[in-house]
Design a protein around this ligand. Sequence first.
Ligand code: HEM
Length: 488
Amino acid sequence: MEINHYISSWLFTLILALAPLFLLLKLKQKCVSTKHKLPPGQMGIPWLGETMDFYRAQQANRLFEDFVQPRMGRHGKIFKTRLMGSPTVIVSGAEANRFFLSSEFKLVISSWPSSSVQLMGKNSIMQKHGEQHRHIHGLVASSLGSASAGSLVPKLSKLVQRHLDAHWSGQERINLYHFTKNLTFHVVFECLLGIDVEPGMPEIFERILEGVFMPAVNVPGTKFSRAMRARKEIESLFVRVVRKKKEELERENSVGGGGGNKEGEAVLLPRYVAAMLRGEMSEEEVIDNMVLMVFGAQDTTSFAIAMTFRMLAQHPHCYQLLLKEHMDFKSRKRGGEDINGEDIKKMSYTWKVARETLRLFPPIFGSFREAIVDIDYEGFTIPKGWKVLWTTYGTHLDPEHFPDPTRFDPDRFDEAMPPYMYMPFGGGPRVCAGSQLARMNILVLLHHVATRYDWSLIHPNEPVTSNPLPYPVHGMPIRISPKRRSID
Ligand code: HEM
């Protein structure tokens, strides 16, 4: 009784204290809407807005179906809401993608939660704008471009085979999603950065990833503070690696031969360090961008691979066509010769399968931008400071762009796609810097699995959840056996 009385008088005082604040908020909202024509939509309850509906839909991996689509039905392809305290406009369609993504730095800038910024580092590419962004983005993209594929593919192929030998040989069942996550980690470290993976490193990174979308509360016991400690561990390791590479390059420069990449050498780290020696990047920038590479690559590529296997299992005729493509490559190789960068370019059916999978199951739902000026779009005003969320699904599932959009049909990609319609890797200046590595990783793994193993899904309709990136709830276990028919 005492306690009840205490709680109700406490609540009464709280409501009285907050009432003027709510009124002020409402008044401010009203002023904004009379000055500008805001997009239609509901802002939900104060501060929280529609965040809980958003989270619920995200957890079920039904953000588009349960949150975006019903609101699009009511309000159209642009609507407003409030998420995590921020007024937000959600936009869909190729035209909106083009408008907002190509206006990066002019009308909008990318916007990440404070926890992501602190864990990836405030010097990473995601926090860079304009010329500084262009420079780092260019370094990553050119390291992975077709000129580099020649040296990267053989290295990647050896790594994939080593992992299959270590984790698949003699096994009857493996967990595909966890396998690809571990593989992708090694790909980024060994092929891209040139660092040997030491025992325990993937676990440290996992701890960082667990904090990336948590509230940025650095209090002992929270996931975020665990993640910050893990980040410090990785930082000190990377500092050692970067300084060692710097010394190597300085030595080479002093004898007149340094600066470039040696053939077969991991491509990105020497480029970063060379930029550091030229005074174009600081040590902090190099380290933060190394951390970001792992973050950008791991969950995205693993989910793409897992869902590609699922699509192949559900569409056996597609698997037969894919298998034929790889058997043909294999039969043209003599005396254990491995696949190379040229072969990758010719794996056209396999890439169509992967692209169609990425259309139906894009690992990135979309991403947030922040308006840096008042933006006029489609007769509405998006006030400065508001968030804009563009989505991949908004075009991928639009029957106008992709007839019978939920049908899996790799042959859709026989025809060229107009820009900003197919968005798994984003678009504009912030288009995925690692898409070429993702492509090589997917194709090389599929090649070796298809030519060496028979496999089947243990749970053909395994649910997918997301936190906030999607993953299969059981880690996609598959049954495997060495290929019965020898093709050597
Ligand atoms: C299937 C795999 C992948 C998918 C679906 C994917 C998707 C995306 C998307 C949609 C964006 C744009 C985000 C935005 O607009 O804010 C992006 C950016 C980025 N991705 Fe990827 N990604 C993949 C693999 C990779 C890999 C393997 C790496 C690194 C090796 C990587 C590194 C990056 C980086 C550094 C950015 C930021 C680019 C910038 O801000 O300029 N990604 N990715």
